[in-house]
Write a protein that binds this ligand. Structure first.
Ligand code: IMP
Ligand code: MG
Length: 203
């Protein structure tokens, strides 16, 4: 990668994991901001410049993973100072919880051919790595000229499948985050900052 990848601050050690396994959780709410909109904007600008340098004159295709990467993709596209095309794929792996099922299914495919193109997969967060390793394998069979991965967030400590992330926005701790396109059960994508989802114990 290009230079140091920023690390988001650790919260209460293990608090969210412990609570997420307890049976007493009645709800989850949006908690403290992990990464502010200004920090996101500054980092997206850096990623765009790095991609612009690496792909100068090559017009890469950005392949966004629906739906979580849409907000990031829109900002990243405008931060890349060179021509770039855009397409999307959708996969489903999560159900409605905060832990991956490990089973990945393609639910919407690209509308462009990527044969011979320089492709950059744009993902919101890499957690176990299962989604992205499935996508990488899937896209590689279509013979792109090159295939790279740009992830806004990387939960390095959660990795179960080895994946090489070429461009990383932020390395974050094992916490479930929402906002800036990321959801919990379809909610909170509209929040402009990235916040930690906190369990709410009964009163
Ligand atoms: P993986 O297959 O375990 O790497 O999971 C990646 C997918 O899980 C991402 O595309 C997200 O949809 C979802 N995911 C993982 N962690 C979070 C999170 O903290 N907030 C929201 N979605 C998440
Ligand atoms: Mg996702």
């Amino acid at each position: 990668m290009h230079g140091e990848v920023p690390r988001a601050a650790e919260g209460e050690p293990g608090a969210s994991q412990k609570a997420s396994r307890a049976e007493t959780i009645v709800d989850r709410r949006v908690g403290r901001i992990l990464i502010s909109r200004d920090e996101i904007a500054a980092r997206v600008t850096e990623l765009g410049e790095a991609i612009g340098r690496d792909y100068a004159g090559r017009a890469p295709v950005l392949v966004g993973v629906l739906k979580g990467a849409v907000v990031f993709m829109a900002d990243l596209l405008r931060a890349i100072p060179t021509a770039a095309a855009m397409d999307f794929m959708a996969v489903s792996s999560y159900g409605s919880g905060t832990r991956s099922s490990g089973v990945v299914r393609l639910t919407a495919d690209l509308s462009l051919s990527i044969e011979g193109r320089d492709v950059i997969i744009v993902e919101d967060v890499i957690d176990s790595g299962r989604t992205i390793s499935y996508l990488r394998r899937n896209l590689a069979t279509r013979h792109p000229r090159s295939l790279a991965l740009c992830g806004l967030l990387d939960k390095v400590s959660r990795r179960e499948v080895d994946v090489n992330v070429d461009y990383v926005g932020f390395v974050i701790p094992d916490e479930f985050v929402v906002g800036y396109g990321l959801d919990y059960d379809g909610r909170h994508r509209e929040l402009p900052d990235l916040a930690v989802l906190e369990p709410v114990a009964p009163a």
